[in-house]
Design a protein around this ligand. Sequence first.
Ligand code: MG
Length: 259
Amino acid sequence: MRIARFTTDEDPRFGVIGEADGVPVVAAITGDPLYAGVQLTGEKLSLDDVRLLAPVLPRSKVIGIGRNYAAHAAELGNEVPSEPLVFLKPNTSVVGPGDPILYPGFTEDLQYEGELAVVIGRICKDVPVEDAAKVIHGYTVANDVTARDLQRTDGQWTRAKGSDGFCPIGPWIETDLDITDLRVTTTVGDRVVQDGSTDQMIFKVPELIAYVSSFMTLLPGDVILTGTPEGVGPMNPGDEVSVTVEGIGTLTNKVVSRD
Ligand code: MG
């Protein structure tokens, strides 16, 4: 099932993506599916008539995983970590599909990182690897936007990874998916710049959930970004950047100058 969050210029609502008479639609549901389950209201709207929003607003945190693909670690001159490399992005960095990525004035090297994102479905702590699937609500697509120059010079990654607009997610959450070998691609304009597979992850999703939950309580709606394949590079104002994860969909955002 694909769950979207959308607006028709009124309060955001949730819905299930489907098809009616060959037209893509979103079937509205009564509340937030993380808390209220999925109960259809009966209203169906054409996908063309709604604006999709970030499919989840993390209430507490977005957790990033660094250097989780060996070829990506190598391209930036880094070793593969012996344990998952964890950082945080605040929920204020989250934007949705189609939202602009504003190019801040404090960086000269804004880069894309296409990633599979995991949405947590229930409060949990100390989750064993074998139980990780039980705490997953679903999966979406993310662009772990990074100011690469500041990542090198700031010491902490907070500004380089956590600034406003640095966490586009969407277009929706896919709740039923085998994520062991999914293609992850990123395009800038019509150039394919990343083309990897989730089977190249060093630490797999169940291991990441076990590791992160060993020191931090996970809440419903928390998001884990699982790392990016090789091929990271710059985005510039005017660029349209799309990240596609096989079986989920495509997240597209345009980079816009603040000026
Ligand atoms: Mg990343």
